[in-house]
Design a protein around this ligand. Structure first.
Ligand code: TTP
Ligand code: MG
Length: 346
């Protein structure tokens, strides 16, 4: 059960939220057509501007011709990226098994939290509500049996959509769609197929008429992929985003200490906390690093690598304390701060 989520006209919607006075007006984000000799392209625009014929990637000067009354804004990357982080923290709260595709788009494996289709639609609704509550932004959600179907479902419901395609509906759902709606079939592949079939405005079902062997001849290795995709089959898996490549924690003592009991207790506590955080990521760890700051601020870090293993308190503690002991044998002074960090497998 895969869920695809994509914010609606993301940059433009954020701008609209920040500036309520823009409401109802066409908004184009990219560059100012009146400055810098009108160079640059449209990053995105709201639906009002789209009605006037503006689209992503269009030269800004052309957008100005199409929609002279639009509000033209520069790209405020910091603002969008902050918003994006907040949205991804909501997604992460729903499932750790997600793939970040871009600033505003993700695939989420919801198989474990939604065992049936009623539940999966509820999860989609909940996600939309949470994003709206926290960020006052709308998005579209598509749910299907694989990434491709989820994405096409999401696109077809835009804006503010929530669309579920059950497995027995998949084939019919995509058959009448334009061939370009299949992710991975761009203008070049479309042209090749049009020439091959001697027909324009191809639908997905038209391409079902082409045999595996013919597709392989025309598209080489991609042929089989296209053969499958027009049948609703997509075997690609979710590439779980390795957000944080490492997790670490530190503790500064109230008073610089030489109390071995306190040092060991603190080290155990840090190992435990890190192992809990690391387990959430469902990734293997391959390195433990420690930081030790002595009185007077002299700071050392030491690290040890090993073959990737599941994180556990014991593993982190054992690897870490060895490093710490070596350090203490060299430099026995009161400790001000202790830190442990684990690195995930690359
Ligand atoms: P998209 O999700 O492709 O587009 P969108 O969110 O603006 O609109 P839609 O409702 O159709 O999803 O891209 C997300 C953001 O990425 C978009 O708001 C701006 C940025 N972007 C560019 O900067 N240049 C581009 O060519 C595209 C396509 C997007
Ligand atoms: Mg989007």
């Amino acid at each position: 059960m895969i869920l695809h989520v994509d914010m609606d006209c993301f940059f433009a919607q954020v701008e609209e939220r920040e500036n309520p006075r823009f409401k109802g007006k066409p908004i184009v984000v990219g560059a100012d057509p009146r400055k810098g000799s009108g160079r640059g392209v449209v990053s995105t625009c709201n639906y009002k501007a789209r009605e006037n014929g503006v689209y992503s990637g269009m030269p800004i000067s052309q957008a100005y011709k199409a929609s002279p009354n639009a509000i033209f804004l520069p790209v405020n990357e910091k603002l969008y990226s902050r918003t994006s982080e907040s949205i991804f923290s909501i997604i992460e709260g729903i499932s750790k098994k997600y793939e970040r595709v871009s600033f505003d788009e993700a695939y989420v494996d919801i198989s474990e939290i939604a065992r049936n289709y009623t539940k999966s639609k509820e999860v989609g609704k909940e996600l939309k509500e949470m994003i709206f509550k926290k960020e006052k932004l709308i998005c579209s959600v598509g749910i299907g049996e694989n990434k491709m179907i989820a994405k096409i479902a999401c696109e077809s419901g835009k804006p503010n959509g929530l669309k579920l395609i059950k497995p027995n509906e998949t084939s019919r759902f995509i058959s009448k769609r334009k061939i370009r709606d299949i992710p991975g079939i761009g203008p070049k592949s479309e042209k090749i197929l049009e020439r091959f079939l001697g027909k324009k405005n191809l639908k997905v079902e038209d391409v079902r008429g082409v045999s595996k062997a013919e597709l392989r001849k025309v598209f080489k290795n991609r042929g089989l992929d296209i053969y499958n995709k027009v049948r609703g089959i997509d075997k690609s898996v979710i590439e779980i985003s390795k957000e944080a490549k490492s997790i670490g924690k530190e503790k500064t003592f109230q008073k610089d200490t030489t109390d071995s009991e306190e040092i060991i207790k603190t080290f155990k506590k840090l190992s435990k906390e890190i192992s809990l955080l690391a387990k959430e990521k469902e990734l293997l760890i391959s390195k433990v690093m420690i930081t030790c700051r002595f009185e007077g601020f002299k700071t050392y870090t030491r690290q040890t690598s090993f073959s990737p293993r599941k994180p556990s308190e014991e593993l982190i503690y054992k690897k870490g304390i060895k490093l710490l002991l070596k350090l203490l044998l060299k430099e026995y002074r009161a400790i001000r701060l202790l830190g442990i960090r684990v690195l995930f497998e690359e």
